[in-house]
Design a protein around this ligand. Sequence first.
Ligand SMILES: Nc1nc2c(ncn2[C@@H]2O[C@H](COP(=O)(O)OP(=O)(O)OP(=O)(O)O)[C@@H](O)[C@H]2O)c(=O)[nH]1
Length: 166
Amino acid sequence: MKTIEVDGIKVRIQIWDTAGQERYQTITKQYYRRAQGIFLVYDISSERSYQHIMKWVSDVDEYAPEGVQKILIGNKADEEQKRQVGREQGQQLAKEYGMDFYETSACTNLNIKESFTRLTELVLQAHRKELDGLQTHASNELALAELEEEDGKAEGPANSSKTCWC
Ligand SMILES: Nc1nc2c(ncn2[C@@H]2O[C@H](COP(=O)(O)OP(=O)(O)OP(=O)(O)O)[C@@H](O)[C@H]2O)c(=O)[nH]1
């Protein structure tokens, strides 16, 4: 669990780190079902991990809820000397899938906060209608409460034989 602030709203996010290995795939798929946002992560020093992204995308399409938000991440950006995947390759793939893209480093913290904030933003935007609905509902309730109070006033001491509000 982590709390981050997006557009002045405090959002509590629950983060699941799924196993990458094939043998854990059955368990991994369980995680997708309730996900609202997903990072698809490859390692910039591993061409193989980059090639694997297509498989992750098709799994996500199959098992994650419709409308799940996705961001492509090229991690280990601090390992420049071992780089096998160009930044443009990451950008290109992200573009193909209509995703945002970040190169990150868990070691130097490069783009970690930015990518989490962005994914949270996307999830919030995707649920904006529901949020607006909640807000409208809340303000309707407020308006109703005010009306009731107005009504109450009309029957208050000035207009009734009662001498107190209790
Ligand atoms: N240099 C560098 N090493 C990293 C970075 N992120 C993770 N590592 C290292 O990469 C190795 C694997 O990290 P994990 O977090 O276990 O990777 P994972 O993808 O969760 O692994 P699985 O759960 O087995 O799929 C560890 O030795 C980490 O220290 C990074 O940004 N830069």
